[in-house]
Structure formats: structure tokens, C-alpha cells
Unconditional design. Structure first.
Lengths: 466, 295
């Protein structure tokens, strides 16, 4: 028998706490900008206008909440799957400091208008370099832990983790290439149509390497832990893994259908987007079939609710996504509110649901105690679920309605509606969407309280030990 | 083997992600922005226009306004403004591209063709207080752009972007506000394109007579065209705001037709011949001439 490995979890806890802080910022800014879209007088010039706040919302959500909690959970999972302590706890502490400085500076500089305008790569060059350094430090720590592992087999979660480390590095560095003018301004290395093509190769694969492979790594680790069932098929997981990371990189141009990007790139993107349904659903079925004979846990185990609901939204997301990547449907809904509806099903439904479950589980484990209140976790679940559903459904309806009006023509071929008529028609949905944000925020606050009390309980438990 | 060696694993993962990357992202550099894409008439930005573009980026305008007219009839009709759909050659000087992904506001790829007024009066009024010209608009007010333009990097920008410029171009920056710059940028968008207004608009000599002499037959459509294309400068009730009142006119039908079709560049009236066919222009003329005060 091995002696039990001592895991280094201080940085796991640190990253969990800070990712929740930044996630809350993302939701608060999200609510503010949703209100601004319905009531433009809420824009406070110049720092708090919609144009400057929207990148703060997306960056706090993707980089603060998403990447922050992925770093925490990758540190957690990697140590346990390798039965080895983290390679360098000191490096992890430095990474956390840099991470918080980086995200805080991102928020400040974006409000000041230092914005490269490339979506999800808005940060000006000095901060982009800081982000790259954070990522490399984190990657080295995880990779070295895997290299010096005591467990020979590498479980599927480690595959997804390593692919994430490589993929994000390549994407982020290439899309950020540019020529600095001064400390706060640079111009892209690429021009026009080339720049658009590089940007959406990055943009869509940020969805792959930040919002798909990390939550899948987390899902594959925590579902068996939480349910006590082994994963249904490791082989199916492996086949799905390689086809997923192969196919994703071809699909960026589905964000650029009907634009001047060459047709053949658009067609390849469309075809590969449809093929992606297969590996995506490979993971979904692996999740569902793992529950075989254990479905009553949906009632009895609050964590299963989060995980199964999350993977279900992943399944819906990966059907809706390919549908949107088809030229005819894209012609209809692209540039409308349908797309934010789609994105928030992924961000709030899939990624965040899985993260909530993983954080509840990991925090309890690290504290050697149970969660403070499963009843509060239930309330949290229903509030975030209802908030997210209202958000997505209202935006889908708004998108379809506006798209129909924008394309409506008179018998002589002229347009039937002015742009403003289509806009006025969707204002009621904007107000509804703002309401959904408040519901989601309420759920998030319940989650924060529950985690806080669990940490507090852990302190008491440990103090009571002889 | 693979399951046990992380170094081989990450090399393999790297190779796998580079296949699609090479075909769809790296290889296209060979074709895109090549000589086949060039449009001779499209010129680089002047120092003032580039400053305006940088302000457009600073304010994150791209979060609500796209800049690509897709190859769809409805897009060309709504946002082409006579310039057709967007072609690759229009963007060769754009670092970065500003195509955007959401149209909370209208597409701006050819906005310069819509408001050709050299003084940019409509833009000024709209940027300072969008609701004063488009009452239900949800655009934030940008009156704070009425501040002196920082020109300390203007020349370096031209050099860095390898755009040609003259001393006169730099002199043009003197005394300009940020508002002047962003309007100069918007006024350029689409205007380099070889637009032939005569080919897709009505020809004056063919249409000297107004076919409509009864307002009631055209009123509904005329009011809808008016609301869409005229109200933002002439007032919702034709009472006159930026442009003069259109409650009746002493001009002849043919004169009114010519003004709507060709515009009056000197005082900012755009030419609508690329956007409205002759029947629609006659309907507007009929509305102006015969419309009651309260219509």
C-alpha cells in the first residue's frame, strides 16, 4: 500500500474563491449592460458605456470565472489522478497573484478604452503578455506534476487537461500578434479579411479549448466521484477526444458565413461543424450511460442534478451550434439576439452548472466535511436554472422575431420594416432578460453563502481535531 | 504507450490541432488580400480618419455595429446604400477588422454613402444625443467626444501602418475634436466604392411627370418610407429639424423629385436615387405636396 499522498490545496482554495469573485463581477456587469440596452440613459459616459462594459463582462466571465476555476480544479484533479503533490506550490501562489492582478488590470484598462476590439482578445499587448505568462506558469506546474506522477495510467480527464494547455497557448499567442504603437495601443499583425479569419479561428476555438475541453475534463472526473459509478466507456471517451480536438479547428469561419471570407473556407467550417455533433454527443452519452441503473440519484444527490443538467445543456448546445453554422439558418439568425441566447445556454447552463458541482464537491473534500446545506444548494440550482432558461428563451424569441422583420420584404422587393421598427419590437424581451439576470444573481448569492459557510465549518472541524 | 507518455501525448495533440489550423487559417493567407481582392478605388485612411477609427475602437462601437454587408438581398437592400455587398478589397487597410458579431445597431460598412453631407450634421446631432433624431434608439450619448483630439501619435500611426500622408493631411488635424475624427471615419466608410448611381437609380429625363395625383392611394406607403428615410432629419411630423419643414412646398413636383433623387450636397441632403426607386420618390413628392398638416 502507498502512503497517502499529501495534496497541496491552498492554491486550489485561493483560485476557487477568486474565480467566484470575478464570476460575480461578470454577472453584475452583465445585469448592468442588459439594463442599458433597455434604458440607454443608464450609460454613464465615458467609462461606463455599453461599448466599454461589454468586454469587461465577457472577460470577467471567460477569464475570471472560467479560467480561474479551471486552474483551481485542474490543480485539484491533477494531484489526485496522479497521486502526486503539486510540482511547485510556490509557483501556484505566484500564479494566483498574477491572475488577480491581470484580471483587475483588464477591467480597469477596458473601462479606460484600451481595447483591441478582437472579441475575447480585447486586452492591449502588455496585459496580453501577462495573460500568456500566467497560462505558461500554470501549464508548467500541471505538466510537471503529470510527468512526475505516481499513477502510471492517465485517465481521460488528464488528456483533456493537456490538450487545453497546448491549445490555448497556440490560439492566444497567434491571435494577439500585433505591432505596438505605444504602451496602451497596438495594431493587429493581420489586415481585413485575414484578420477576421484569424480572429474567428481563435474565437471559436476559445469555445473549444476554454469552454469545452476543461469542463469535459472536470465532468469526466467528478461524475464517477459523485455517483460512485465508473465512467461508461473509456474507449468512447478516447475516440470522442481525438475527433473533437481534430474537428474543432476547422470550424471558425462559421462565424463568417456570407462575408468576404472565401466560400470554400465557409463550406469546410459548415461541414465540420455538423460532424462535431458526433464527438460532442459521445461525451453526452458517456455521461448518460454512466447513470445506467442509478438514475434515482437525480432525486437523492444534489450534485448529480448539477452535473446531468450541465451535460444536457452541453448536448443541446452542440446541436444548436451546428444548426447555426448552416448557411441558410445563419442568414436568418446571425447578428441577432438569438446568438447571446445560445452563448448563455453554454456559459450559464453547461459550463457553470458543472463548475458549481465540482466546487461544492472539492470544497467539501478539502475541508473534510459535508456541504453546509444541501437545501440551499437545491435553491441555488433552481434559481440559476430558471434564470438561465428565461435568459435564453427570451433571446431566442427576440432573435427570431427581429430576424423575420429584418428580412420581410414588400411585393416589389423593398424592405417592409425600418431598422427601428425591428428594434422597438424586441425591447420587451430586453426587459425580461434583465429580470432573468437578477434571478441568476440571487442563485449565485445563495451559492456564495453556502460555500462560505462550508469553509467556516471546515475551520471549526480542523480546530476541533486533537 | 500513448496513455503513459505525456510528452508524446502533447506533441500528438499539437499536430492534431494544427491540421485544421493549417488548412483553414494559415493557408488562406496565400489568397486573401492578394491582387485579385484589390479594389483600385479603395484608399488608405487619412490621419484624421485613422484617429476616428481608433476612437471607434476605444468606445467599442463594434460591440453593437457590424461592418460587413452580407451577400444577401435583404442585407444589400438595408445596408448597401448603393455600394452592394462587402468585398474583401474594402478592408485591406483595416488593422484590425471591425466586422463585429451583433447588430444591436445597424451595419456601418457603407454608412458614408447614406449620409454624404460633408459637414456631417446628421452624425453630429445623432452622436451627441441619439434620441433627438431617432426617438426610440437605445444608443448611448457620445457628447463627451466634443473634446480636443490628441494628435501626438497621428504621424507615427501613419508610418506604422505604412499609409501615405502629406503635410496637408496632418495640418487638417489642427483644432479638430474627437467627434470630428470619428465622423470623418464614418463618412469614409463605403464612399471609395465605385458606385454608379445612374445605373440603379431612376433617370430624370424619363420621369418628369408625377404618376400619382391622389394622396389617398399612396399615403400609407409614403408615410412608411418617410418614417424610415426622412423623419430623422425632417422631423417625425415633417415639422423640420435638421432639414426644413416638409408640410407642403412651393416647388414643382419635378424639382422635389430632383432634390430627393440627387440630394443637395452643400447643405447635407443625401441623394436617395440609390436607395429608393422612382415610384417611391414620387410617392414622397405626393406626400409633401398634398399631405395635410396633421398627416
Amino acid at each position: 500500500m502507498h502512503a497517502p499522498t499529501r495534496y497541496y490545496d491552498d492554491s486550489v482554495k485561493g483560485f476557487i474563491i477568486w474565480s467566484i469573485v470575478w464570476g460575480t463581477v461578470a454577472v453584475l456587469v452583465g445585469i448592468l449592460i442588459s439594463l442599458q440596452l433597455a434604458w440607454p440613459q443608464l450609460n454613464v459616459a465615458p467609462y461606463l458605456t455599453y461599448g466599454r462594459l461589454r468586454p469587461i463582462h465577457t472577460n470577467a466571465g471567460i477569464f475570471g470565472w472560467g479560467i480561474g476555476s479551471f486552474i483551481a480544479l485542474f490543480f485539484y484533479i491533477t494531484q489526485r489522478l496522479t497521486r502526486s503533490p503539486l510540482w511547485s506550490p510556490g509557483l501556484a501562489r505566484v500564479t494566483l497573484w498574477l491572475f488577480n492582478i491581470g484580471i483587475a488590470s483588464a477591467a480597469v484598462t477596458l473601462a479606460m478604452g484600451f481595447n483591441r476590439t478582437k472579441e475575447y482578445a480585447e486586452l492591449e499587448w502588455p496585459l496580453a503578455i501577462v495573460v500568456a505568462i500566467i497560462w505558461v506558469l500554470f501549464s508548467i506546474n500541471v505538466f510537471m506534476t503529470i510527468l512526475r506522477r505516481k499513477e502510471e495510467q492517465m485517465y481521460i480527464s488528464l488528456w483533456y487537461i493537456m490538450a487545453t494547455l497546448v491549445g490555448v497557448t497556440v490560439l492566444y499567442v497567434i491571435n494577439n500578434l500585433g505591432v505596438p504603437l505605444h504602451l496602451f495601443k497596438s495594431y493587429s499583425a493581420f489586415a481585413g479579411t485575414n484578420d477576421a479569419n484569424v480572429q474567428w479561428w481563435y474565437g471559436h476555438n476559445a469555445v473549444a479549448m476554454v469552454l469545452t475541453t476543461p469542463p469535459l475534463a472536470i465532468f469526466y472526473y467528478f461524475l464517477p466521484k459523485v455517483t460512485g459509478n465508473p465512467i461508461f466507456s473509456h474507449r468512447m471517451g478516447i475516440v470522442a477526444f481525438w475527433s473533437l480536438i481534430f474537428m474543432y479547428l476547422w470550424t471558425g469561419a462559421h462565424h463568417l458565413l456570407w462575408t468576404p471570407v472565401p466560400d470554400w473556407i465557409q463550406t469546410l467550417a459548415m461541414a465540420f461543424s455538423i460532424m462535431l455533433i458526433a464527438p460532442s454527443w459521445g461525451a453526452v452519452f458517456n455521461g448518460y450511460l454512466t447513470m445506467n441503473g442509478q438514475w434515482e440519484q437525480l432525486k437523492t444527490n444534489y450534485l448529480v442534478k448539477f452535473l446531468i443538467c450541465g451535460i444536457t445543456f452541453y448536448g443541446l448546445q452542440t446541436l444548436q451550434g451546428p444548426m447555426q453554422a448552416v448557411r441558410t439558418f445563419s442568414a436568418f439568425i446571425h447578428y441577432t439576439d438569438w446568438v447571446p441566447g445560445h452563448v448563455h445556454m453554454g456559459a450559464l447552463g453547461w459550463v457553470s452548472m458543472v463548475l458549481f458541482a465540482a466546487i461544492y464537491y472539492a470544497v467539501s473534500k478539502m475541508n473534510d466535511s459535508e456541504i453546509y446545506s444541501t437545501r440551499l444548494a437545491d435553491i441555488h440550482f433552481w434559481l440559476v436554472l430558471v434564470g438561465q432558461l428565461i435568459y435564453s428563451v427570451t433571446m431566442w424569441i427576440a432573435g427570431v422575431q427581429q430576424a423575420s422583420m429584418l428580412l420581410a420584404t414588400n411585393p416589389d422587393g423593398s424592405l417592409h420594416y425600418s431598422f427601428m421598427e425591428t428594434m422597438i419590437a424586441i425591447f420587451p424581451y430586453y426587459k425580461m432578460r434583465a429580470v432573468s439576470g437578477f434571478i441568476y444573481l440571487a442563485g449565485l448569492l445563495v451559492f456564495i453563502y453556502n460555500i462560505y459557510k462550508t469553509f467556516q465549518k471546515g475551520v471549526v472541524t480542523q480546530a476541533a481535531k486533537p | 504507450m500513448l496513455e503513459k507518455n505525456p510528452v508524446i501525448f502533447i506533441i500528438l495533440a499539437f499536430v492534431v490541432i494544427m491540421v485544421g489550423t493549417t488548412v483553414t487559417m494559415i493557408a488562406p493567407f496565400k489568397w486573401i488580400n492578394g491582387p485579385g481582392d484589390r479594389i483600385a478605388e479603395v484608399k488608405p485612411y487619412t490621419p484624421l480618419q485613422q484617429e476616428g477609427r481608433d476612437i471607434y475602437m476605444r468606445e467599442g462601437c463594434n460591440n453593437c455595429h457590424s461592418q460587413t454587408v452580407r451577400t444577401l438581398a435583404a442585407d444589400v437592400e438595408r445596408y448597401g446604400y448603393g455600394g452592394g455587398y462587402s468585398r474583401s478589397g474594402e478592408f485591406v487597410y483595416d488593422r484590425p477588422h471591425l466586422w463585429g458579431s451583433r447588430r444591436t445597431g445597424p451595419d456601418l460598412a457603407h454608412i458614408g454613402l447614406k449620409y454624404p453631407d460633408p459637414k456631417g450634421m446628421w452624425h453630429h446631432k445623432h452622436m451627441e444625443n441619439p434620441q433627438s433624431v431617432v426617438p426610440a434608439s437605445n444608443m448611448p450619448a457620445y457628447a463627451f467626444l466634443n473634446a480636443p483630439l490628441d494628435t501626438s501619435y497621428s504621424e507615427r500611426k501613419m508610418k506604422l501602418l505604412k499609409f501615405p500622408y502629406t503635410q496637408a493631411d496632418l495640418d487638417e488635424l489642427k483644432g479638430k475634436s474627437e467627434m470630428d475624427a470619428i465622423i470623418a471615419y464614418m463618412r469614409k466608410l463605403g464612399t471609395d466604392l465605385p458606385v454608379s448611381k445612374a445605373s440603379n437609380g431612376p433617370k430624370l429625363q424619363d420621369v418628369l411627370n408625377n404618376p400619382y395625383n391622389d394622396l389617398n392611394t399612396v399615403k400609407a406607403e409614403a408615410l412608411s418610407i418617410y418614417a424610415k428615410d426622412c423623419a430623422s432629419c425632417h422631423g417625425v411630423k415633417r415639422e423640420g429639424t435638421l432639414g426644413p419643414s416638409l408640410k407642403g412646398s412651393a416647388r414643382s413636383d419635378a424639382d422635389l423629385f430632383a432634390i430627393i433623387a440627387n440630394g443637395i450636397e452643400a447643405n447635407g441632403m443625401p441623394a436617395f436615387s440609390g436607395m429608393l426607386d422612382e415610384r417611391k420618390i414620387w410617392k414622397l413628392v405626393t406626400l409633401i405636396k398634398l399631405g395635410k398638416q396633421d398627416d
